[in-house]
Design a protein around this ligand. Structure first.
Ligand code: ZN
Length: 148
């Protein structure tokens, strides 16, 4: 990676860390999940409105380091309007990026977080929102009921 590119990536992370997109509560969400990274103290609360397998809206609340917030912001930006199957593909590609350094075209702007691979403790910050997403989508709040 060139120094210019590294600097650009750093700027995008700082920008999303300071001015996160898709931050806030989503009253009509049908998936909610909180994720916590005790190593760093990052906490991400995800709200997703899913309709027929499509992520119509995604918002998050929480606090944490710049990496965890930037990752949640970039993830939300990338996934709004995508299908749950797309989200799974993104998750897989993102995981390979931050653990093996494997680049993938579908990641787009999310590629800026690839640098965390050099800092193993930061990988958990970068993947927190993704693990939270996975948990949120496999646990439908509508199913948390004892009777129909
Ligand atoms: Zn962190």
């Amino acid at each position: 990676m060139t120094a210019d590119l590294r600097e650009l990536y750093q700027e995008i992370i700082i920008d999303h860390g300071r001015h996160p997109r898709h931050k806030g509560f989503l009253p009509d969400a049908n998936h909610h999940k909180v994720g916590f990274n005790p190593l760093c103290g990052d906490k991400i609360f995800l709200h997703i409105l899913e309709k027929e397998g499509v992520i119509e809206k995604i918002r998050f609340e929480g606090s944490g380091c710049a990496i965890s917030i930037a990752s949640a912001s970039l993830m939300s930006e990338a996934l709004q309007g995508k299908t749950i199957n797309d989200a799974k593909e993104f998750f897989h590609a993102f995981h390979q990026l931050v653990t093996e350094g494997k680049q993938s075209e579908i990641l787009g702007k999310l590629a800026v977080l690839g640098g965390v691979r050099e800092f193993p403790a930061r990988v958990k910050c970068a993947t927190l929102s993704w693990h939270t997403l996975q948990a949120a989508l496999t646990q439908d709040v509508k199913l948390v009921t004892t009777e129909e």
